[in-house]
Design a protein around this ligand. Structure first.
Ligand code: ATP
Length: 809
């Protein structure tokens, strides 16, 4: 089979990772893989010129490398190695690359090495366009003819809802195009026979995250990164001059970017299309909210306006007008910043490398399984699982949101968004509103202690900020316990204020101070501090230690009445080793720090042409960061503590590297990465591996090592970690409140907290689930400090498949 991939509509980060994954997955399945340049326009134009022969007569550097490779699969791999010289399309001219001349050719063959390193590139290297011609039946007929001429019968389209609609129309019209082309004598009977059915699959590339039936679209996380980076830069100048900033972000029908940026950056007010301000006139509502913030001493103001924002009567709300209102009514020195296309640009964040890779591979699988009776599928992601949904259903639901907004049915528009969107909005309102007094009656109010435990992780401070704001809204007293249990014993406890935590969303590290001390250092003294400070609820933010601490406290309930209070653990660790939760706070920040560092290392490795970099990652006995990092950076293979390292494995790895370097084009050898978790082996250390590769590589390749160490804790937390921190933290507070109320209903002298009131909040898909700490123990490998089951275990094989290792050895 021959398959082609195209990108269409507005570009988004992650499109190149899609192309790379589709090409590689296609070759792995034994298909010929093609690229369509310039979206549907390229399909309509097709190839007017014949292919030029490659200037490279034998591109394989070491012909004996071919001979060392045996087996049918590997033969196919080599046959599909490259059709450019590894630079296909990359020089940006689009029509003259050294390997083949692309002028007059829009549908071109692409091989394994032609897409190397693409996951790290922003935009789309194969070009995109908005094609008017493809909207016409004649244009689509020409497109069908061009595909058939090249013998292609399977198509992957990556674009927004327009592009996917076009894809579905194209497929539904296919039989009629075939008949017309046959009647016109443009295709042979044989071609009619062979191409009776077009297989088509859609992937959503859109920075707005505006497609229904998928949790995230490709490019949206990176756009959010760009927005948050801009805001973090604006914040310092805003605070210096006590200014207000009105920031306009993209999103015509979808407020996801504005909302998530508002949550992640701790904005004062946001405008999104799905939910206009509730009061009329909205100017009063906004000014009152911001006036209150200023009244308590806030020096900076941030208002975020989605491009498609409007009031209840659909009158557009423009950033310039918001500025006028803030200037005139509140006398604020206000500036407008429109981020525009900076949101689209730049290198993809870790998630926009991982998600498109997984989705691209799934798209190829869906093409393989497609029959004339199956609908065209859109590949999405739901509950952290890659999904297939009928493409037109998703498009129809997406349109329904726009229709509901147009009909001013904002309740319906909100209900059509996923539950996470609604929770984020509620969270934003809770954390940005300054209430005059607590909402709960005195008897329901609590004194809540918040403590960080273990190593710092991105999002710890953001979670604390959200908890503090929630407490103040309800009338609870939020208490910071500094320096963990050691600090508690030293009475390092103080009340946190609404303003005091204002800038904490974007702060890395731990503002409260954190260490690994557990409560069993002196359980009795810990209980007496709880009693002295009259603590009604406890939130622990940290990794495996925090889980351990909660377990010790829950067990301590047998002896100390002070522990008969609700207690929660919010997992925060870069290692992502807390059992039963798919993601802990800090793991996304860490992956992004890893990707940034590895991009730089890979550049250096590639500049030296033939260098294998062995990169050591943190992660303790859990290989999550190393494995997902390997997928995101396109590493050749990864060493994890779960698998360990032995001589058989090393022999195979060296063999792979030798064959692979032997196959590299002459003068075009690649720098390659190998990731090694710090605890993968006590004998085969990073240094040993590096020396071994160096020795074995001889003239073919050289080796160096780098240890990322604490760099992986990251500087500024990623937007994903910040938003997640706020969402989880608010749920933790609600949990404490609920269990506190239940305990209050018991007679004080015999108050017994049930064991489920000491629980860990876990992310399982898009659902947040409470797991009692005693239940959690059953799923924990306490010796190795990780879960017994790892949802990401399959990714290691994927890494090796995508580097070609599984084909060549
Ligand atoms: P974005 O979200 O960035 O706007 P999009 O895919 O929605 O991306 P559009 O401009 O709507 O962007 O569509 C991209 C291309 O898809 C169009 O230029 C056109 O070639 C094709 N297309 C869109 N809608 C249709 C349609 N109804 N019929 C045929 N082709 C279409």
């Amino acid at each position: 089979m021959k398959l082609a991939v195209l990108t269409s509509g507005g570009d988004s980060a992650g499109m190149n990772a899609v192309v790379r994954a589709v090409v590689k997955a296609g070759i792995l399945r034994g298909w010929e893989t093609w690229i369509v340049r310039e979206g549907y326009e390229g399909l309509v134009r097709g190839n007017t010129d014949p292919p030029t022969t490659s200037t490279l007569d034998d591109p394989v550097a070491d012909p004996s490398a071919r001979q060392r490779v045996r087996g049918g699969k590997a033969t196919n791999f080599i046959a599909n190695l490259r059709f450019g010289d590894g630079d296909l399309l990359r020089d940006g001219t689009g029509d003259h690359c050294s390997g083949q001349t692309l002028k007059g050719r829009y549908i071109v063959r692409a091989g394994w090495d032609d897409v190397r390193g693409w996951a790290a590139e922003g935009g789309t290297l194969i070009g995109t366009a908005r094609s008017k011609t493809f909207r016409t039946p004649e244009g689509r007929l020409a497109a069908a003819h061009n595909l058939i001429k090249e013998g292609i019968d399977a198509l992957v389209v990556c674009g927004g809802d327009g592009s996917l609609t076009g894809a579905d129309i194209f497929r539904s019209e296919w039989p009629s195009h075939i008949s017309t082309l046959q009647a016109d004598g443009k295709i042979s009977d044989e071609q009619v026979e062979k191409h009776g059915h077009l297989r088509i699959v859609g992937l959503v590339g859109s920075i707005d995250n505006d497609m229904s039936m998928t949790d995230l679209t490709i490019g949206a996380p990176t756009a959010l990164h760009r927005i948050c980076e801009a805001i973090d830069n604006i914040n310092s100048t805003a605070a210096s001059h006590s200014r207000a900033f009105v920031l306009e972000v993209m999103g015509r029908h979808c407020g996801w970017l504005a909302l998530l940026a508002g949550v992640s950056a701790g904005a004062d007010f946001i405008f999104i299309p799905e939910r206009p301000p509730q009061s009329d006139p909205w100017e009063d509502e906004m000014c009152e909210a911001i006036y209150r913030h200023r009244e308590v001493g806030k020096r900076k103001t941030l208002v975020i306006v989605a491009e498609g924002a409007h009031d209840n009567n659909l009158k557009p709300i423009r950033a310039e007008y918001v500025k006028e209102v803030l200037t005139d009514r509140l006398g604020l020195d206000t500036r407008v910043t429109t981020l525009g296309h900076t949101q689209r640009g730049g290198r993809p964040c870790a998630f926009d490398r991982i998600l498109p890779t997984l989705q691209g591979m799934e798209a190829v699988k869906a093409l393989l399984e497609a029959t004339p009776d199956t609908p065209s599928y859109m590949i999405g992601v739901r509950e952290n699982k890659i999904t297939r949904v009928p493409l037109m259903e998703a498009v129809a639901m997406t349109r329904a949101v726009a229709d509901a907004i147009a009909a001013r049915d904002f309740g319906k528009a909100m209900s059509l968004r996923d539950p996470e969107f609604q929770q984020s909005l509620e969270g934003f309102i809770t954390t940005s509103t300054l209430y005059k007094e607590g909402l709960l009656s005195e008897d329901k109010r609590m004194r809540v202690a918040i403590m960080h435990i273990g190593a710092p992780a991105g999002g710890m401070n953001a979670a604390t900020r959200a908890a503090v704001r929630y407490c103040i809204k309800q009338g609870h007293t939020p208490l910071a316990v500094h320096n963990g249990f050691r600090g508690l014993l030293d009475d390092a406890i103080h009340e946190l204020s609404w303003l005091g935590v204002d800038g904490w969303m974007s702060r890395g590290g731990s503002e409260l101070g954190t260490n690994r001390t557990l409560p069993d250092i002196d359980l009795g003294a810990v209980a007496s501090r709880f009693q002295e400070h009259n603590i009604h609820g406890l939130m622990l933010i940290g990794g495996f230690e925090a889980f351990n601490a909660l377990l010790i406290l829950e067990n301590g309930r047998k002896y100390y009445p002070a522990f008969h209070i609700p207690m929660v653990h919010l997992p925060a660790t870069i290692s992502n080793n807390v059992p039963m939760t798919e993601f802990s706070l800090g793991s996304d920040t860490s992956l992004n720090a890893l990707v940034d560092a590895c991009d730089a290392i890979k550049q250096s490795a590639s500049a030296s042409r033939n260098r294998v970099f062995v990169v050591e990652t943190q992660g303790g006995k859990c290989g999550y960061i190393a494995t997902m990092g390997a997928l995101a950076t396109g590493a050749s293979f990864v060493y994890t503590p779960e698998r360990g390292i032995d001589l058989d494995l090393l022999r195979a790895d060296v063999k792979f590297l030798k064959i692979r370097y032997g196959l590299d084009a002459k003068g075009k050898s690649e720098g390659r990465l190998v990731l090694r978790n710090e605890c993968s082996s006590t004998v085969y250390t990073t240094d040993v591996l590096m020396k071994m590769f160096k020795e074995e590589g001889r003239d073919l390749f050289d080796s160096r090592s780098a240890s990322l160490g604490h760099i992986l804790q990251g500087g500024v937390p990623s937007p994903m970690d910040r938003a997640r921190a706020a969402r989880l933290s608010l749920r933790c507070m609600a949990f404490l409140e609920e269990h506190h109320a239940a305990l209050q209903a018991q007679p004080p002298k015999v108050r017994q907290a049930p064991s489920e009131s000491a629980a860990v909040i876990t992310i399982q898909g898009t659902s947040l689930r409470w797991v009692p700490v005693q239940e959690m123990v059953k799923h924990a490998d306490m010796k190795n400090r990780r879960g017994k089951e790892m949802w990401w275990a399959y990714v290691k094989d994927l890494v090796e498949a995508l580097s070609g290792r599984s084909e060549l050895v």
